[in-house]
Design a protein around this ligand. Sequence first.
Ligand SMILES: [Mn+2]
Length: 424
Amino acid sequence: MIDKHLIEAENVTRMDNLAADYDALGERLDRRGIDIGALTCRATGFGVAIPSWGTGTGGTRFARFPGEGEPNGIMDKLDDCGVIHQLTAATPTVSLHIPWDKADPADLLAKAEEKGLGFDAMNSNTFQDHADHPLSYKYGSLSHTDAATRQQAIEHNLECIEIGQKIGSKSLTVWIGDGSNFPGQTSMYKQFDRYLESMKAVYAGLPDDWRIFSEHKIYEPAFYSTVVQDWGTSLMIAQELGNKAQCLVDLGHHAPNVNIEMIVARLIRAGKLGGFHFNDSKYGDDDLDSGTIDPFRLFLVFNELVELEDTPGLNLSHMIDQSHNVTDPIESLIVSACEIQRAFVQASLVDREALEGYRQDNDALMAAATLRAAFRTDVEPILGMVRARAGGAIDPVATYRASGYRAAVAAKRPKSAGGGGGIV
Ligand SMILES: [Mn+2]
């Protein structure tokens, strides 16, 4: 962890400016009838889960270029997650991936407690072969033509639930790479049927207080057809499985220009929105850092979430899912968590009463202007104050760099291998 005194010393150099900016913003918001104190309180309660795999340098199918001091195994990853939460005060949980993060549950719990962390959704993996799985997933997993391979994939998902139960997780996210690369290669009807049958077996092993999330993705690794390719299929799955099944929306898993915020509203209407994987993209599933390409889209997603937040039963898992190929993953995750929190706060600023009035009057121009007024508000002083009051850093990236954490762990951790491709 980073020395508390260093964080305090870094904050001291920035506190006067922050306090002045916060007061000035408070006055401006007051003129709009918004209480900055209440908004700060709301922002304090916001958290997003860190994906354990995001703490390592990612890559593409062409290559991976590892950085210094990469985590080796889940205990190192939890150390890094602890630092991210310490500095941002916005990432209280970690989402684990099995088998990559397999360890003694007692050790996982002890480490998480030491770092002040909890565990969000478990993630199964049947898009790769496992050393201890005799059958290959080359031609599919939960929807494979071979019943024994499907059974192996089912048992892996049940094992993820079992591990999750021991560490306080309450949900399982299922994303599969199953699909086909050639027209005619598979019966799209029967393949989906086999998938549903397998998912029903996993669902049967779900504890009463758990949820299972179906994560859709338009393409890749299958390039002709994908079993769970869009939110319509995901909704069918969640509806057929039962009330503990919901849909997970990964922002990168849609065709370009798809209106994701509308999907969010639809899934909430169906009672089937379970959570998010936040990231950003320019072309496809680029796994870029949240808010770096299209912060307005992120805001519009949160605009729907805030507008519909009182919907009975709505309980969302907010998670990040990104691949950090050219940056220090800790820095990318810090900035991403702050950007996601920023979108939440900006969406909380929307004058809902005025917006509803403009909608009723069909005043499209003023309705859009109402959203823009919120989006254009610089809420950085609120985010900085939330972090400072929680013991985090006013400027988390600058404080992280000042701490020398990366160099310190690089001296202790064995260097990881680069070379070949591999999406993380
Ligand atoms: Mn994802």
